[in-house]
Design a protein around this ligand. Structure first.
Ligand SMILES: [Zn+2]
Length: 162
């Protein structure tokens, strides 16, 4: 379990933490996947924002075998998480303006930060709601696609040079 003992110090000091996480350990993702082996790479970097705020940048890459909503087979999904999160003390009162500001993503933390949990949260936000194959191999869908359309055949003949 990877933990940062003081997330604010991590940001202030511009520290970097990177490595891999086993998908088998990211349990909240398991229902969405056809298999849970393999791993994801993450890169977490602390920095100070323009207003002096404590920031984290999290990049997560890897391929997740999502369950196709039509045929239930795997749809390989190229994960491309790149989040910038503004650390705020847990229980901090954010103003209405801050809460409504779409350009800022707040992350309330006590001090300690569970990296795997954060990675899991950000992946869940990034995933498509209803993943499915662009050309799904479900039998009924494939049959419909292969049925010969007489008009298409005619059009094809018309297009041919004499
Ligand atoms: Zn499918």
């Amino acid at each position: 379990m990877k933990r940062i003992s003081d997330a604010f110090a991590f940001a202030r000091d511009g520290r970097v933490l990177k490595g891999t996480l086993a998908i088998s350990g990211l349990e909240r993702l398991h229902d969405l996947l056809t298999r849970t082996d393999g791993e994801l790479a993450y890169h977490l970097e602390g920095f100070k924002g323009a207003r002096g705020e404590s920031m984290l940048r999290l990049v997560v890459t890897g391929v997740l075998p999502l369950v196709c909503q039509r045929c239930l087979e795997a749809v390989p999904y190229d994960l491309d998480v790149d989040s910038r999160l503004e650390l705020v003390p847990e229980g901090a009162d954010l103003s209405q303006d801050e809460l409504e500001d779409d350009t800022r993503d707040f992350l309330p933390v006590a001090r300690e930060l569970d990296v795997a949990e954060l990675v899991e949260d950000e992946i869940l936000l990034a995933l498509p709601v209803a993943p499915r194959h662009e050309k799904c191999g479900l039998p009924s869908a494939a049959d419909a696609g292969e049925r010969i359309n007489p008009f298409a055949t005619l059009a094809g003949l018309k297009g041919k040079p004499n």
